[in-house]
Design a protein around this ligand. Structure first.
Ligand code: SF4
Length: 320
């Protein structure tokens, strides 16, 4: 029997019409994404996806034993020079991208869910808010209700996060910078601190500081704030932690990541050409503890060796 026989894909996809005048992220391009003029993210109104795959490298309550079905969108609304997913995230030149039909996306997700995976994660979704909503609604239409994880770089608008209220189960935002000049020089993201703090504040308003888990210990509701410690920028990391402690809550779950490694674009950068030192990571952990955070995850200091995806592979996170 065809699972999708009774689904009206056109009706579900109507939400994409909002891309006619796109202001879904802080860039506020007001571009018509049905035209050639696609705005900063160079992303049109289709489902532009680089990979749909099982990923086991997330936090334990996200990946569990079976992994999460991650949907990696192509391109991004911020352009971090050190991005570990640069094969798919750059807005200049060509990136690995497949323009999918909604039906095909659902088939791939369902095939992965049928292996025992319980969650679907949208990675770098900020420039694809309508597409995310359409996929979630379509999954519900076919009777699938996986845990929905929104894994964002944090450069989001409150209005877009409000559109996801009731649809997203777990927010997994990066909080990269409090230093806005750093945000511009490393990610081309003006006023990052203002946008990320307000957007994460809205996620906190929706979810609070408690993570609810299901019988298999997967997070099924909550907020986990990630922060990647960058080499040479410990002060920025400390400012991010201090902001969260003072303006959001020390009771939120933090994921403090040490996994930074230099990509091919930063081999000459004075700071970014190396991994972080054990001392830098320890300094940030000490500040986290001093501020009173007690919930979340830290990594081994040498984690950079284990998190290097290759999107040219069918399974980007498996060792070659
Ligand atoms: S999602 Fe893309 S087109 Fe829309 S405002 Fe952001 S960068 Fe511009």
């Amino acid at each position: 029997m065809d699972t999708f026989a009774n689904i009206n894909f056109e009706e579900i996809s109507q939400y994409l019409g909002n891309l006619k005048n796109c202001s879904f992220c802080p860039r506020n391009c007001n571009s018509d994404r049905f035209s050639e003029n696609t705005g900063y993210c160079r992303t049109d109104s289709f489902f532009n996806i680089s990979s749909i795959c099982i990923h086991k490298g997330e936090e334990p309550v996200i990946s569990g034993d079976n992994g999460i079905c991650n949907i990696f969108f192509s391109r991004c609304n911020i352009q971090c020079v050190y991005c570990q997913n640069y094969q798919i995230s750059r807005n200049s030149g060509e990136v690995l991208n497949h323009r999918h039909e909604l039906r095909e996306i659902l088939e791939q997700i369902v095939a992965i869910l049928d292996t025992g995976v319980e969650a679907v994660g949208f990675v770098s979704p900020s420039h694809n808010i309508p597409q995310v909503i359409v996929i979630i609604k379509a999954l519900k239409k076919i009777g699938r209700n996986p845990i929905i994880v929104f894994n964002t770089g944090g450069y989001d608008k409150v209005s877009s996060i409000q559109l996801l209220n009731g649809l997203v189960d777990v927010y997994l935002p990066d909080f990269k910078y409090m230093d806005d000049s750093l945000a511009v020089s490393l990610s081309d993201a003006p006023f990052y601190s203002k946008y990320a703090s307000k957007a994460i504040g809205e996620m906190y308003r929706q979810k609070g500081s408690t993570i609810l888990t299901n019988a298999n210990n997967y997070a099924e509701s909550g907020l986990i704030i990630r922060h990647l410690v960058l080499p040479g920028y410990v002060e920025n990391s400390i400012s991010v932690l201090q902001y969260i402690a003072q303006e959001i809550s020390v009771n939120v779950h933090l994921s403090l990541m040490s996994q930074y490694y230099p990509n091919d674009f930063v081999t000459e950068h004075p700071n970014l050409k190396r991994t972080i030192s054990a001392n830098e990571y320890k300094t940030v952990i000490r500040e986290m503890e001093r501020l009173g955070f007690s919930k979340g995850w830290i990594q081994e200091p040498n984690s950079s060796e284990f998190y290097q995806p290759d999107f040219l592979l069918k399974h980007p996170f498996e060792q070659k």
